[in-house]
Design a protein around this ligand. Sequence first.
Ligand SMILES: [Zn+2]
Ligand SMILES: [Zn+2]
Length: 211
Amino acid sequence: MMLMLVETFTVGMLSTNCYVASCPKTKDAIIIDPGLELPVEAQRIVDYISEAELNIKFIVNTHGHSDHVKGNAYFQQKYKVPLCIHPLDAHFIAELTPNNYLQNKTLEDGSIISCGQEMLRVLHTPGHTPGSICLVGEKLIFSGDTLFAGSIGRTDFPEGSNSDMQLSLQEIVALPDYLLVYPGHGETTMVGEEKRINPFIKNKGKNMFLF
Ligand SMILES: [Zn+2]
Ligand SMILES: [Zn+2]
């Protein structure tokens, strides 16, 4: 069983993590959250992709905030691949208009994104935004701005919801401890570690009743 290869590029003013995740066997790959602002950031990512000889299959946005999506158009033009986002966040993305990139793909809870021999399952985790998603693989989870190492995403934006966030965190708590977490900002962590130390999810058993 080969593990998905993940390369991290920290881009933009808000130090957003853009990930290139690939299947080591087939070299199929996806770009997650290309929130770049500078041409030099795009170039670093393009160089990595060509040096590693990856075949980009999809661009995926964990949500629609600009620090995660600014490079969508650049990479779509470069690689001619579908852009994937949850419909509740699609309005954030100017490129997702009719007549433009008809191959774009909306995601829903349970959607599968195939990447060579690897598969990522979409977990809809509203709260930070209504269409926030996490991508769950065999050994890892891309958590967007829902879960960070020791913290969680803000819910005080106009479309944020703290009650939705609480339910989404319970979904993540129900996942295996060994999953490596790749968040939208900051360092990687593990699901089990966050269950132990993250003040926002500590003591949240999955059966806890929320009012
Ligand atoms: Zn965000
Ligand atoms: Zn962000």
